[in-house]
Design a protein around this ligand. Structure first.
Ligand code: CP
Length: 328
């Protein structure tokens, strides 16, 4: 198995083998244990991460910032309006300069049809790892934390685990496709039985679904697509209902919202949870649109693991940084 991570970009889990993901998760578990017993982990002493956030964040920013501090390094929180990006400085020039100053560039850029291109342009122009903190296509940090949470509940052999990934109604903002797409890509490496549910017109990107099907052909995973939320919940071990924007409906936000409002019944409530297995876990990357995506009684109820899932963002982020910025 390759243990070579140093200097690699972390843009999508597709760039890593299952064995490499397992190693990342094993290290995340070790870092979690050390955090619990307050054992210092000064593995990235004096190293700098530049974080560029084009979009808002609670979990991602703070897991990276707290994570690098706990590893002995430091993060700069940067927003384009305070950088020369606001005056048109290119992604290439930004990456060439920042990569000469520090040890990683971490970027959140979720604008549809632009974010991933920006991150990839930075990556080819950076001499240090570029870490994807969510773009329009991928959110690998989230998927990794989700997989860690699932392993904590169901063990390491996840073959045949029944997972429902479903669209859910929300009013808060147009959420990127990147969370369900990254879950689909990662879980399909692990032989899970995945049901993907969404209303018509809320498709994920076809090339991502195709890549997930290729993963499934290798791992023995099964992927089925339905337009019924209930089907995703039927006898599921794990349910992950979450909104994403209908970016294939239109490029016009008003038209997407009009289409979204036709599906207010796509809420994760107790009736739907009863369709799942008795030990089902409810997951959500957060922030959740309470009362629209999910009923309070579910997200605050006994099946919910959302705060474990959020905590695991810290441990997995530390593992990604420790291996790509340090390591061999
Ligand atoms: N799940 C997630 O990425 O949360 P933030 O948007 O708060 O970073």
């Amino acid at each position: 198995m390759s243990t070579f991570f140093k200097g690699r970009h972390f843009i999508t889990t597709q760039d890593f083998s299952k064995e490499e993901i397992d190693l990342l998760l094993d290290l995340s578990k070790e870092l979690k244990m050390k955090f619990v017993v307050d054992e210092p982990t000064p593995w990235l002493l004096y190293k700098t991460v530049f974080m560029i956030f084009f979009d808002e964040s609670t979990r991602t920013r703070n897991s990276i910032e707290a994570g690098i501090t706990q590893l002995g390094g430091h993060a700069h929180f940067l927003t384009p309006d305070k950088m020369q990006i606001a005056h048109g400085e290119t992604a290439a020039d930004t990456a060439k300069v920042l990569s000469r100053f520090g040890h990683a560039i971490a970027i959140r850029a979720c604008k549809f049809a632009q974010g991933n291109n920006y991150i990839r342009t930075c990556a080819v122009n950076s001499c240090v790892p570029v870490l994807n903190l969510q773009d329009d296509v991928y959110h690998p940090m989230q998927a990794l934390a989700d997989l860690m949470t699932i392993r904590e509940r169901f063990g390491e052999n996840l073959r045949g685990l029944k997972v429902g990934i479903s669209w859910a109604y929300a009013e808060s903002h147009l959420k990127p496709l990147s969370v369900p797409q990254s879950q689909l890509l990662l879980f399909s490496k692990y032989g899970m039985e995945i049901t993907l549910a969404y209303p018509e017109k809320f498709d994920l990107m076809p090339d991502i679904v195709e890549k997930a099907r290729q993963n499934a052909a290798k791992s023995g995973a099964k992927i089925s697509i339905t337009h019924s939320m209930e089907e995703a919940f039927e006898k599921a071990d794990v349910v992950i209902p979450k909104n994403w924007g209908g970016f294939f409906v239109s490029q016009n936000e008003k038209e997407i919202l009009e289409e979204t409002r036709k599906h207010t019944d796509w809420i994760c409530d107790e009736r739907k949870m009863k369709l799942a297995k008795p030990g089902v876990i409810y997951m959500h990357a957060l922030p959740a649109d309470r009362g629209n995506e999910v009923a309070d009684s579910v997200i605050d109820g006994p099946s919910s693991v959302v705060y474990d899932e959020a905590e695991n963002r810290l441990h997995t982020a530390k593992a990604v940084m420790a291996l790509t910025m340090g390591g061999r």
